[in-house]
Design a protein around this ligand. Structure first.
Ligand code: NAI
Ligand code: MG
Length: 490
């Protein structure tokens, strides 16, 4: 089989989508395929090439072959191709949004307004970055000029999750190729369609064959093969902490550096001076966005005892207004979870919450959604920070509410968690806000808001949420290596 990636949005027969290796769409060498689903109804959307070690090896070799010429191109030339891709993504934004929603379960209104738009912005930003990679000169003593060169690493392996497939792919691909690396991306087996479609646009944009390769397949086979490959220079991973640890251990065998963007259990602190409506809106958005399947989800809400009842009541009102439904319906504000497995997992946390905390809101499932993987908003009050629902990443629309009375107490509680991805604070007191920003053991802090991200601002975790940074100038250091050069002037 050697066929182009096919669209399936006409709802026709499921078709087979190839992997993108060396500039061409191709089946797995083994001929194997695996199904991908619409999580809103459980139906098979398409079949994907089930790549394994052999296909990953072909992709890595294609990346390796493309590398010398790609790195020698000027930054401006690489930037132009990225701009061309940005333009194609923009022109195909509606299609990409549709695929993202169908396959990942995201409400179509969000895919259109957030994912497709952010994707274009990121490509444009890193297009500009291609001409801004430069070293330093260092005034060393003696008759020397000392300078650093910033050089690409080679073939970078990107392994991404299913919650923001298109964006995650672009956040891995764009900075890496801007710097002159080539890339092999392994999207999550649950949601690949938008990423393969991006491969079509990469082909159309005119990138040389092998600069970007996309291998579809399972983590334990295709993902592991990429991590183990001795010619892959670095792994950039986003996903669970458990898998991140496994990847770091495996990568040690070939002394590969890894970048890890892992899970979270982010705190949102609402002080007693916070505007109630605003606080409730931020808190609800922080846990209900993308069905709670966001690594920075504000899943632990700490509310000051004086305003606890009012804030909680307003969040409950907001939960009641969530339109749980099929993701392609423009009215829908909350779609299905990604899979049966995730639904079961989230429901098991809900059972735990019912047994150990106080359930104050449980969204009922509208008729007609029985075949999809839907779980509506759930809110637990009287949660203790030591409970499972306060310690573990649930990855669903399940909010744990905790009450506090004192600033130092709540900052200690917010930090008393293995994760350190993000934290929010809501207060009108600037000193208190800044003390929280200083105190949080987290890589991303939001004051009076939640979830803001930009291609321009470094993004990443503390503690068990990983290491390395994406976005901004920070990621350019991750995708380059520094060479020091001494020149005698005598
Ligand atoms: P996962 O971390 O296992 O999967 C993420 C990616 O890693 C996928 O592409 C997968 O194929 C790949 N992978 C899995 N095992 C691998 C291995 N041994 N070697 C190389 N690659 C491998 O996440 P999963 O199992 O889909 O979800 C489980 C939980 O992880 C979720 O409930 C959630 O709590 C968390 N998660 C967190 C994400 C985040 O952004 N913080 C994203 C996805 C999941
Ligand atoms: Mg897993």
């Amino acid at each position: 089989m050697n066929q182009a990636a096919q669209t399936i949005t006409d709802k026709g027969e499921p078709r087979i989508w190839g992997a993108f290796i060396n500039g061409e769409f191709t089946g797995a060498a083994s001929g194997k395929t695996f199904p991908t689903f619409d999580p809103g109804n459980g139906e098979v959307l398409a079949f994907l090439a089930e790549c394994d070690e052999e296909d990953v090896d072909a992709a890595v070799r294609a990346g390796l072959a493309a590398f010398p010429e790609w790195r020698r191109k000027t930054g401006a030339a690489r930037g132009k191709l990225l701009m061309k891709l940005a333009q194609l993504v923009s022109e195909n934004a509606a299609k990409l949004a549709e695929l993202e929603s169908l396959n990942a379960g995201k409400p179509i209104r969000d895919s259109k307004a957030i994912d497709a738009v952010t994707a274009v912005d990121a490509l444009e930003y890193f297009a500009g970055m291609a001409t801004k990679i430069q070293g330093d000169t260092i005034p060393v003593p003696g008759p020397y000029i000392n300078m650093t060169l910033r050089e690409p690493l080679g073939v970078i392996g990107g392994i991404i999750p299913w919650n923001f497939p298109l964006l995650q792919a672009i956040w891995k691909i764009a900075p890496a190729i801007a710097a002159g690396n080539t890339v092999v991306i392994k999207p999550a087996e649950q949601a690949c369609l938008s990423v393969i479609y991006l491969g079509e646009l990469i082909q159309q944009a005119g990138f040389p064959a092998g600069v970007v390769n996309i291998v579809t397949g399972y983590g334990a086979t295709a993902g592991l093969a990429l991590v183990q490959h001795h010619m892959v220079a670095k792994i950039m991973f986003t996903g669970s902490t458990e898998t991140g640890k496994r990847i770091a251990a495996e990568a040690a065998q070939t002394l590969k550096p890894v970048g890890l963007e892992l899970g979270g259990k982010s705190a949102v602190i609402v002080y007693e001076d916070a505007p109630i409506g605003h606080a409730a809106s931020v808190a609800a958005n922080a846990i209900f966005s993308n069905q709670g399947q966001v690594c920075t989800a504000g899943s632990r809400l700490f509310v000051h005892e004086n305003i606890h009842d009012q804030v909680l009541q307003k969040i409950v009102e907001r939960a009641g207004k969530v339109k749980l439904g099929y993701q392609m319906d423009p009215e829908t504000t909350m779609g299905p979870l990604i899979s049966r497995k995730q639904k079961d997992r989230v429901e098991s946390y809900i059972e735990y919450g019912k047994a150990n905390a106080k359930l104050v809101y449980s969204h009922s499932l509208p008729d007609g959604l029985e075949d999809g993987f839907f779980v509506g908003p759930h809110i637990f009050d009287e949660v203790e920070n030591s409970m499972q629902v306060a310690r573990e990443e649930i990855f669903g629309p399940v909010l744990s509410v905790l009450t506090f009375s004192d600033e130092s107490e709540v900052l200690a509680l917010a930090n008393d968690n293995p994760y350190g991805l993000a934290a929010s604070v809501i207060t009108r007191d600037i000193g208190r806000a800044m003390r929280a920003a200083q105190a949080f053991e987290a890589g991303n802090v939001w004051v009076n808001t939640w979830g803001a991200v930009s291609s321009m601002a470094p993004y990443g975790g503390y503690k068990n949420s990983g290491y390395g940074r994406e976005m901004g100038f920070a990621v350019m250091r991750e995708v380059t290596q520094e060479k020091n050069v001494w020149v005698s002037v005598r």
